[in-house]
Ligand binder design. Structure first.
Ligand code: HEM
Ligand code: NAG
Ligand code: NAG
Ligand code: NAG
Ligand code: NAG
Ligand code: NAG
Ligand code: NAG
Ligand code: NAG
Length: 354
């Protein structure tokens, strides 16, 4: 009994990770599924981090063509770096779309997601549960930044590069059908904390939880449904969905079971129909019960079903909503406004000066 309990405690500690529990138990917003007794004990439904809805982001300080005089080649350099990367591996394009989401949802769009753990920045967002061993595309940002610094010193923020890269990746992966208007003018932050990645919604979330985490960033329920459509590209690890094989379409589940072969770290395509195309197929997959996560499947529930059907059926409907919602994502501002234009995207300037 004692050893069993000890094993359970170790398991929970492993699942939770050091960043997930601070003082009181934080339930990590749908990223964790604890054994049911412990779930009730430690994480009663609706506990954990509570975040109130906030008004829509205003985007003050941002404008289109922000660098047209200060660094006219900036956006072109990003576009070329993204094109090269996506041609080689469309998955990197998916990574860039997600990088933008994970940057903007935590402290606003300030490139805090790019900082790696160094002596001056302990346990950054990159070490957070939703990001570790998962985010990709960093080298594309770094490559674009190097080329931009060579063209225009100290002018273009890493946060803007992330935003432009997400726009360009969306364009290439949709074969030009998705054109996100993306203003520039963001600044880079100097702080990044793994623990704050608990603001990102997790794959075990229900509709109320998804709605709450998006409302906390100024998004409506409809926009939450719209943005979820990004799961029409890229990959996911088996550990986030293998508990629900029995709930899926059985043909689909059988294929996934074979792909996963009991290894939780194996990656599979999120959209088995048009894996590398940013299109509305995701919504048909929701209807057909051929999506991976709880957070995907629950969109077929009464509160969100109409939007799912509209997005699946009406040509152009989702694409236009996605463009608007992604632009809005780029306007989220953090508590601490960006303070600088970083010289290197993965570390802050003048370490030790502040
Ligand atoms: C609605 C709540 C959301 C949840 C619960 C969620 C959760 C996840 C999870 C668990 C993965 C797989 C990670 C892994 O296995 O390593 C993933 C992948 C991905 N997510 Fe989401 N996500 C959500 C919303 C979004 C949004 C709003 C976007 C962008 C607009 C997005 C874009 C992506 C992309 C592109 C991938 C694939 C990344 C790659 O292949 O590198 N997700 N998401
Ligand atoms: C972060 O800080 C903690 C305690 O302050 C320390 O134990 C740990 O080694 C540090 N981690 C890194 C990667 O510097
Ligand atoms: C930090 O991250 C970049 C990728 O953005 C990587 O190339 C670099 O090696 C990392 N540096 C350290 C010190 O971990
Ligand atoms: C870039 O700017 C820094 C200071 O702002 C300066 O020291 C450096 O020489 C500049 N580099 C180039 C290539 O202009
Ligand atoms: C991509 O778009 C071009 C021009 O808009 C079109 O000719 C081509 O067939 C499209 N390719 C795919 C795979 O949809
Ligand atoms: C979504 O959140 C908003 C803001 O808190 C709330 O007014 C609305 O009732 C919620 N809708 C659902 C379906 O949970
Ligand atoms: C599951 O998907 C297959 C095709 O992949 C289809 O033939 C079958 O009818 C679906 N099952 C259900 C219950 O809808
Ligand atoms: C989703 O809802 C539609 C009705 O709106 C229904 O026809 C379909 O079977 C549902 N799919 C799943 C997976 O429950």
């Amino acid at each position: 009994m004692a050893t069993k309990l000890a094993a359970l405690v170790v398991l929970v500690a492993f699942l939770a990770g050091p960043a997930a529990c601070e003082g009181t138990y934080i339930c990590f917003n749908g990223w964790l599924r604890l054994p049911s007794i412990l779930d009730k004990l430690l994480c009663p439904r609706g506990s954990g981090t509570r975040r109130e809805p906030v008004p829509s982001p205003s985007g003050s300080g941002l404008s289109y063509g922000y660098y047209s005089t200060s660094c006219p080649s900036a956006e072109k350099i990003v576009k070329e770096a993204v094109k090269k990367a996506v041609d080689e591996n469309p998955g990197i394009g998916a990574g860039l779309v997600r990088l933008f989401f994970h940057d903007c949802f935590v402290r606003g769009c300030d490139a805090s997601v790019l900082l790696n753990t160094t002596n001056s920045n302990n346990e950054t967002e990159r070490e957070g549960l939703p990001n570790m061993n998962s985010l990709r595309g960093f080298e594309v940002i770094d490559e674009a930044k190097t080329a931009i610094e060579a063209a225009c010193n100290n002018t273009v923020s890493c946060a803007d590069i992330v935003a432009f890269a997400a726009r360009d990746a969306s364009y290439f992966l949709s074969n030009g059908s998705i054109n996100i208007p993306m203003p520039g003018g963001r600044y880079d932050g100097r702080e990044s904390f793994a623990s704050e990645t608990d603001q990102l919604p997790g794959p075990f979330s229900n509709v109320a939880e998804l709605n709450a985490s998006f409302a906390a960033k100024g998004f409506t329920l409809d926009e939450m449904v719209t943005l979820s459509g990004a799961h029409t590209i890229g990959r996911a690890r088996c550990m986030f969905f293998s508990s629900r094989f029995s709930e899926m379409n059985q043909t689909y589940a059988a294929n996934l079971r074979a792909e996963c072969s009991n290894n939780g770290d194996t990656n599979v395509n999120q959209d088995s129909v048009t894996s590398n195309v940013l299109d509305k197929q995701y919504y048909q997959n929701v209807i057909d019960n051929k999506v991976l996560f709880t957070s995907d499947a629950v969109l077929n529930s009464t509160e969100t079903r109409t939007q799912v059907i509209d997005n699946a059926d009406k040509p152009g409907e989702w694409e236009r909503k996605f463009e608007k919602a992604m632009e809005k994502m780029g306007k989220i501002k953090g508590d601490q406004q960006g303070l600088e234009i970083r010289k290197v995207c993965w570390r802050v300037n003048n370490v030790g000066q502040y």
